[in-house]
Ligand binder design. Sequence first.
Ligand code: LIP
Length: 281
Amino acid sequence: MVDIWQNAMDHAVTIARRAGEVVREALHEDRKVMTKSSSVDLVTQTDQKVEQLIIQSVKEKFPTHRFIGEESVAAGEVCELTDSPTWIIDPIDGTTNFVHTFPFVAVSIGFSVNKQSEFGVVYSCLEDKMFTARRGRGAFCNDQPLSVSDQEDIKQSVIATEFGSSRDPEAVNNIFTSLRNIVSLPIHGVRGAGSAAINLCLVASGCVEAYYEIGIHVWDIAAGSLIVTEAGGILLDVEGGPVDLMSRRILAANNTTIADRLIREIQSFSPPRDDAPLLPQ
Ligand code: LIP
């Protein structure tokens, strides 16, 4: 059976690799660091340049397709997922890492049709690891198959999470309450790559049992979420129930036993949704 989206996925891999070359070349250049939603929500000209590189290259091959790009949304474009073929792009996931040359920086490209993920590509460009998944056809890293951990004992697990880019006192308090609850189970450890996309690929690779975060955006997680499920993992909201990629909340786990145990410890809150109507300026 012909896979009509294979050509698009092949292009995503090609352009992610090319974008990764741009990121690596820019890593040690002096560059202008700007801020967005807070003083710690960073963006650089390389983020913007890479997103335009990806979007322009896709438009040439697939002119009717739609886009959700982190920096396009930051510039005022609507963040809306429709039934149309849609590319969901984070040009540099781990911008803070990029600014500080902390070696976990990913180009993340998700692709959705009828609001269903068809493929995900996450290129960890400083590690030269190309993570890919096609719906129903498995998940891979540099063409090697991936599978999640088989650990079911939370006390034998390593859990990934991030502090995020909000410094709102209530949000910070909730984040640390969750962290304290989970560390005290106890678990073996907490890790955070500084990139949601790479954290999701670590779940898919079996390196951590789960990753949860509140405050991420759809472009951070669209590609990595499919990589997790195609590696045998599950996706949930942090309170349980189905994941909503626009809700800015995610729990990705190797199995329901680990997920259910974490849900009992997470102090949840609800940031404004990615698809919330823009407030009048
Ligand atoms: C980052 C996410 C990370 C989150 C950071 C930031 P960015 O994305 O990957 O999980 O904790 O606050 O949102 O901004 O580097 O594309």
